[in-house]
Write a protein that binds this ligand. Structure first.
Ligand code: NDP
Length: 282
């Protein structure tokens, strides 16, 4: 890769940021298509977010991804938002368009593409249990509702966040039956048994062997268990689900497809999805 004064700079803002696979994924795609871009990572503490986002324009940085914990707060510093970013109240992609900083959210479409292409699962008419109510859970819930899910039950440690997500779903997709449950306990396990699709969007199991508070005996053949975590590649939840005969999928595909959409927003070129995936195989 030859970097010159013409090279367009893109990157990712997050804190901490040392876990990210996005630089290797995007740089492989740029190299494959011979595009004069370079992707770097920027560790941005919460107190510096405003300066970092405003600085994109000053430094003529072509675009950035935004990750934990900045996805919601970054919105405040942008000039324009896509419909999806507005709906979700969160951005994972910023592009400098002329003098304007424009925000997008590709997480929800990335998730649905992965679910359909890799999980061979169409959410339409399905009963779904979603663990978590953070930024990623929100993107997942909205995309499932948009795709015609029949029922979405949300279980989260902090009940107020689950309630807020249910309220939002009822507002944007009143046809979907949405309810919330406490984590752990019989009600959750009954719901897990009945669900055709179970999604872990909590960070429980990230870089650890922890199991989300759901009884493994509720998992069974005929279900798809999707864990948004991709490191480790097989979380304890996925291992337990596989042992019970359920189909399993980790979050690597979501990472690749959200990245591919971001790549297309920045460059206007079709993303080399296979190359991006191979660059981050773990
Ligand atoms: P947030 O910080 O917004 O949300 C974290 C969620 O995890 C909340 O629901 C939180 O509950 C829950 N949680 C955290 N710790 C615990 C615990 N000890 N017990 C029970 N619940 C807990 O993060 P994100 O939504 O952005 O990310 C969530 C997960 O999804 C992460 O593992 C992240 O790596 C993954 N992810 C994967 C992506 C991909 O492309 N594959 C994209 C984005 C995220 P509470 O509300 O109570 O705090």
């Amino acid at each position: 890769m030859k970097i010159t004064s013409h090279t367009k700079v893109v990157g990712i803002l997050g804190y901490p940021i040392n876990h990210t696979l996005s630089p290797q994924m995007h740089n492989a795609a740029f190299a494959h298509l011979g595009l004069d871009y370079v992707y770097s990572s920027f560790e941005v503490k919460p107190e510096n977010l405003r300066g970092a986002v405003r600085g994109l324009r000053a430094l003529n940085i072509a675009g950035v991804n935004v990750t934990v914990p900045h996805k919601e707060r970054a919105l405040e510093y942008l000039d324009e938002l896509s419909e999806n970013a507005k709906k979700l109240g969160a951005v994972n992609t910023i592009k400098l368009e002329g003098e304007k900083l424009c925000g997008y959210n590709t997480d929800s479409e990335g998730f649905i593409t992965s679910l359909e292409k890799e999980g061979n699962t169409d959410p339409e008419g399905k009963k779904i249990l979603l663990l978590g109510a953070g930024g990623a859970a929100k993107a997942v819930a909205v995309s499932l509702a948009n795709q015609g899910a029949r029922k979405i039950s949300i279980a989260n440690r902090t009940k107020e966040r689950a309630n807020a997500l249910v309220t939002m779903l009822k507002h944007i997709a009143p046809q979907v039956e949405a309810n919330c449950l406490p984590l752990g306990g019989d009600e959750l396990n009954k719901c897990a048994t009945e669900a055709q699709l179970i999604i872990n969007a909590t960070s429980v199991g990230l870089k650890s062997d922890a199991m989300p508070p759901i009884d493994a005996n509720a998992l069974h053949a005929g279900q798809l268990v999707y864990d948004l975590i991709y490191s480790p590649a097989k979380t304890r939840l996925l291992a337990e689900a596989e042992a019970k005969g359920a189909k399993i999928l980790n979050g690597l595909g979501m990472l690749v497809y959200q990245g591919a959409l971001t790549f297309e927003i920045w460059t206007g070129k079709k993303a080399p999805v296979r190359v991006m995936r191979e660059a981050i195989m773990i």
